[in-house]
Ligand binder design. Structure first.
Ligand code: F6P
Length: 335
């Protein structure tokens, strides 16, 4: 009978627990033993693991965070750490290792495979959705939802004072979360890395949009969704730039880590459950160093290296919709 181990690594994401739950039940059905390493790759280095059985599964599908805890493990990126991890996996007689995480975690897993001949299976889990080879990542849908409802609330106070609000949304170096949060909350403007050329040209466009609205309607609120890590000096830099253009009443809001928490929405639970079950199906098969993802609602396997070498583009239709609908209240089509 196979011995399977699972860990969650890097930024936690809502739905990771739902995925763990699916692997526990699927392993139980297949007669496999399942261990859970705690604190990401740190647990692998410290031999810190727990046994995961059916009594761990109650209510797990709806819990945010990860019961296995997570970490970004520097030691694991070095040869010495990798050798230690490989040694520990052999000692624990693990046949298959399942890693739920983002691209940093997948790079670590691929490196580990150079030192360990067991089976490695990745499952995409990050609110950023920045993993190629899968339409979505576990946690992404919940994070959109959280950002959307936060922006809805910001709008109430923005309208009351007819203020400009800058709302920073997570996503690391990708605009998936920002674009989809902006589109679903009918924000007036969005700034994402995929379309950012320079602060100078962007500020021109933004100021002219705000001024066009205000010329037409008088003082009105204006909500700008800004992806993190795009604007030089972040929201403070953008607030300054607007103030220099005589737009004084500006309030910056950083949504931050609230976007990582909360009970997963149905779409994340479904993705997490399907991928967890699909991963256990692969145990013992002659396939390794792959991610299990979903494309057009079907499970796919993709070599781990392709998940970070390729860049996943933003959905074109969503980009088009945002371009048309920005400022739709004022009939000002953006280009
Ligand atoms: O990758 C998930 C993420 O939340 C990113 O959106 C963000 O840039 C980063 O992690 C924040 O990292 P930390 O939790 O270490 O502050």
């Amino acid at each position: 009978s196979k011995r399977v181990a699972i860990l969650t690594s890097g930024g936690d994401a809502p739905g990771m627990n739902a995925c763990i739950r699916a692997t526990i039940i699927a392993c139980q059905k297949a007669g496999y033993t399942l261990l859970g390493y705690k604190h990401g790759y740190n647990g692998l280095l410290q031999q810190e693991y727990i046994s995961l059985s059916l009594d761990s599964t109650h209510n797990l599908i709806q819990q945010g965070g990860t019961i296995l805890h997570s970490a970004r493990c520097k030691e694991f990126m070095h040869e010495e750490g990798l050798l230690k991890a490989a040694h520990n996996l052999k000692k624990a007689r693990i046949d298959s290792l399942i890693v739920i995480g983002g691209d940093g975690s997948f790079k670590g897993a691929a490196k580990l495979s150079e030192h360990w001949d067991g089976q490695i299976i990745g499952i995409p889990g990050t609110i950023d959705n920045d993993i190629a080879g899968t339409d979505a990542t576990i946690g992404y849908f919940t994070a959109i939802d959280t950002a959307m409802s936060s922006i809805d609330k910001v709008r109430d106070t923005a309208d009351a004072f007819e203020r400009i609000f800058l709302v920073e949304v997570m996503g690391r170096n990708a605009g998936f979360l920002a674009l989809n949060a902006a589109l679903s909350s009918a924000a007036d403007y969005v700034i994402v890395p995929e379309f950012f050329s320079s602060a100078e040209s962007e500020i021109e466009k933004l100021v002219s949009q705000i001024n066009a609205q205000r010329t037409l309607k008088g003082p009105v609120s204006f909500i700008v969704v800004v992806a993190e890590n795009v604007w030089p000096n972040g929201l403070a830099g953008l607030t300054d730039a607007l103030q220099q253009r005589n737009l004084q009443d500006v309030r910056p809001v950083t949504l931050g880590h609230v976007q990582r928490g909360g009970s997963p929405v149905a779409q994340d639970r479904l993705l997490a459950t399907t991928l967890g079950e699909a991963a256990i199906r692969l145990v013992g098969k002659d396939i390794s160093n792959v991610m299990v993802g979903e494309v057009n609602q079907r499970p796919v396997t993709v070599p781990l290296s392709e998940t970070w070498k390729n860049t996943k583009p933003l959905n074109e239709a969503r980009v088009g919709a945002m371009r048309t609908l920005m400022n739709e209240r004022y009939n000002q089509a953006d280009n």
